[in-house]
Design a protein around this ligand. Structure first.
Ligand SMILES: C[S@@+](CC[C@H](N)C(=O)[O-])C[C@H]1O[C@@H](n2cnc3c(N)ncnc32)[C@H](O)[C@@H]1O
Length: 272
């Protein structure tokens, strides 16, 4: 049996997730762009959506950056046959952007990953330096203050209670208590606006998309390492995944629901 990867690929294949990112890419008008940096490219789901839209193999370069070696290697094998652009995959922290890509580009795309960064001021400043004047910075995130609608909190609380009870009963283990790391301290949409404006951008589009996430979405996110480690710190990944998937299914049944809402903040900004 192959080694479990606990990566983002099964989640990134889901229709609703592709729609959210497609919307951002369309707002950023990537089909008109020649040089693109994609930060936090993961297993290549968004890179693929970008490739579907670019129209000149000769002139388009995509620098796709992720800190995870396994995610980069999945992206490489997944996209090796794509010829619509020159693809340059780079395994490094997004925070090393200025030392990594010397080119100035037309667009920086950053899907569902900016919330990992502690020093967002420095990150956005680096992104600005990487862009040509008039270049576009487009990002989205579902980890910001306001991404959980208040009416879903009861579900999330019940889910965690069920999970912790079952973990204890089946395996005799509990998550460990950890101090909140800076990246888990979530910004509000207004904080993001301030961050962008104070770095010399103007905002072209900013929207909150209300997404009715089906059971599939919640089920597949439970196979992603960062999610398991975030909600069940210290719990072995295989056990965390098993219990979280079991309890989320049970709870959807018990509460007789088909979807649970989550909001995505989506911003397209232009360098002045
Ligand atoms: C939720 S996934 C999103 C992947 C991809 N953007 C997508 O939407 O399919 C977040 C990705 O960010 C990467 N990541 C987290 N912190 C990072 C950092 N500091 N620098 C670069 N990548 C990072 C993770 O390895 C993971 O692949």
């Amino acid at each position: 049996m192959g080694k479990a990867k606990y990566d983002f690929s099964s989640f990134s294949e889901l229709d609703f997730y592709k729609k959210v990112n497609t919307r951002l890419i369309e707002l950023a008008e990537v089909d008109k762009l020649a040089k693109i940096i994609e930060l936090g490219c993961g297993t290549g789901g968004v890179t693929e959506l970008i490739l579907d839209r670019v129209n000149s193999a000769k002139n388009t370069v995509i620098y796709a950056i992720d800190s995870s070696a396994t995610a980069i290697s999945t992206s490489l094998s997944r996209l090796e046959s794509r010829k619509e652009a020159i693809l340059k995959f780079i395994q490094t922290e997004a925070q090393n952007l200025q030392n990594t890509v010397k080119d100035q580009v037309d667009s920086v795309i950053y899907c569902n990953s900016i919330h990992y960064i502690n020093n967002k001021m420095d990150m956005v400043n680096q992104i600005k330096k990487s862009l040509k004047k008039g270049g576009t910075f487009a990002f989205n995130t579902s980890f910001y203050s306001g991404s959980h609608p208040p009416e879903t909190e009861i579900f999330l609380r019940k889910w965690m209670l069920k999970t912790i009870r079952l973990l204890k009963k089946r395996y005799g283990i509990m998550p460990v208590k950890v101090k909140k790391v800076e990246s888990r301290v979530q910004l509000t949409p207004d904080n993001y606006t301030e961050l962008i404006l104070s770095n010399g951008f103007y905002i072209k589009e900013k929207e909150v998309i209300e997404v009715n996430v089906p059971l599939d979405g919640w089920y597949h996110i439970c196979s992603f390492r960062d999610w398991i480690e975030g909600v069940l710190p210290g719990v072995p990944l295989s056990k965390g995944k098993e219990i979280l998937q079991e309890t989320v299914k049970e709870l959807f049944d018990e509460m007789n629901i088909k979807t649970l809402q989550r909001n995505w903040l989506s911003v397209v900004a232009v360098k002045k």
